[in-house]
Design a protein around this ligand. Structure first.
Ligand SMILES: [Fe+2]
Length: 425
């Protein structure tokens, strides 16, 4: 149901497939391209994808294809510039009819920026930040994205995250970045490494949370984010445990669908304080995006859940998650199901404060069980390296970030310094 709702709410065509062969990929390419012979650029993570590589080889036997696989985490303007150059060289100036992105968030964001910069002048740096000198005006080639991780949501959003030539990370938002198609291929995530699953699933959880406590929230974004969050909380733990045990099962595909729904949700609102803070962790300590988002989730959760309207939304999620858990227990242990239902679903959640607190604890426990960092010492950063003056110089700049301004509760510079300092304990 959540997936169906998401498809209807997204300008991107979302296809959920069990597997993707050469014929299927060629059919998608044909559907999206202006002509049957126009060249195709593939931007992909360098690691092999056993579920997708044969389809790519097959596509390359039918159409002119160039594959760009020098995708780096947190892609920089110069990386995108090099891809634009390589595309022009490969096709002698002929414009590609389609860009296909395959991989995690960095690969998908790189594909989005490449498509944009093939149609717009200048350097990607010109389009980033508050002092941007240009605005995207032209739509690039059609864009089809295939996620191979379980969280980014980039395959359905109008956002891309890029690092400028000075090393500062920015969100670029434009309807011209919106992908034309997202292919959710179950086999492409079936063998995802557990650490990658953990970080990307938690990223998706923060997308749903940041939609719920966003100043731009609408009834539609609330409904999508609520459904996605309930699903993500149900699936993340079992999916991680399955992959840790080396098992390939249906959990990862279900997680991919839920993460995509969270992407559709935050495409309405943008993200908020967790993401604004996370950028500093990625810029300064090169933390992967999902790890950096997980790091600040508890701090931002306690700030936002103090607001009654937000607390009510979180409490509704808590009640549904608890009810689902009680039903699962009832199926597996019918002898004590009545007592558990009462304890988990009703008595304990008679008021929003207790329900939202329960959900906050669940998020902390999940982060812990996924092995994600929660303090600076987890990152190997000691208190001596982060005196008050350095916290201020690193984090005060977040005040300019639109994502922070989207947050339900405004977090001023002083509160933010305190929040960061608390992570040194
Ligand atoms: Fe994110």
């Amino acid at each position: 149901m959540a997936t169906l709702l998401s498809s209807l709410a997204s300008p991107t065509r979302i296809l959920a497939l069990e597997a993707l062969d050469g014929e299927g990929l060629a059919a998608v390419a044909l559907y999206l391209s202006a002509s049957t012979s126009s060249p195709i650029v593939v931007v992909r993570d360098p690691r092999p994808f056993s579920a997708l590589d044969p389809a790519l080889a097959d596509l390359a036997s039918r159409r002119p294809v160039v594959i760009l696989d020098r995708v780096v985490p947190n892609p920089r303007s110069e990386d995108i510039g090099a891809m634009v150059e390589a595309t022009r060289l490969a096709f002698g100036g002929q414009a590609p009819g389609l860009v296909i992105g395959i991989g995690g968030g960095s690969a998908l964001d790189s594909a989005k920026a490449l498509a944009l910069m093939l149609a717009n002048p200048g350097d990607l740096d010109d389009y980033l930040g508050l002092r941007a000198s240009r605005k995207p005006e032209a739509k690039g080639p059609k864009l089809a994205l295939i996620p191979t991780t379980t969280g980014t949501g980039s395959e359905v959003t109008r956002f891309g995250v890029y690092t400028d030539r000075a090393g500062r990370k920015y969100t670029l938002a434009s309807p011209l970045l919106q992908p034309d198609a997202a292919l959710l291929v179950a086999t492409a995530v079936a063998d995802i490494p557990p650490a990658l699953l953990a970080a990307t699933a938690y990223d998706a959880i923060t997308h749903a949370l940041e939609t719920l406590w966003n100043r731009n929230a609408t009834p539609v974004s609330d409904s999508l984010a609520h459904a996605a969050l309930v699903e993500l909380l149900r699936l993340a733990g079992p999916a991680y445990e399955a992959r840790r045990g080396g098992r390939i099962d249906g959990h990862t595909a279900a997680l991919l669908a839920a993460a995509c729904s969270a992407g559709v949700a935050f495409n309405v609102t943008g993200t908020a304080a967790i993401h604004a803070l996370s950028f500093v962790l990625s810029e300064e300590w090169h933390q992967p995006h999902g790890v950096a988002c997980a790091f600040f989730t508890d701090s931002v959760y306690s700030i936002n859940s103090a607001l009654p309207a937000i607390r009510a939304k979180l409490a509704r999620v808590a009640r549904e998650v608890a009810r689902d858990a009680a039903h699962d227990d009832a199926r597996s242990k019918p002898e004590d199901s009545a007592a558990k239902r009462s304890a988990a679903g009703e008595e304990a959640f008679s008021d929003d404060i207790r329900a939202a607190a329960w959900l906050g604890e669940k998020l902390v426990a999940l982060r812990r069980s996924l092995g994600l960092a929660s303090t600076f010492s987890d990152l190997g950063v000691g208190a001596a390296e982060l005196p008050e003056s350095r916290i201020a110089s690193l984090f005060d700049k977040v005040q300019d970030d639109q994502k922070l301004k989207n947050n339900a509760v405004l977090i001023d510079a002083q509160s933010m310094r305190a929040l960061v300092a608390a992570k040194l304990q």
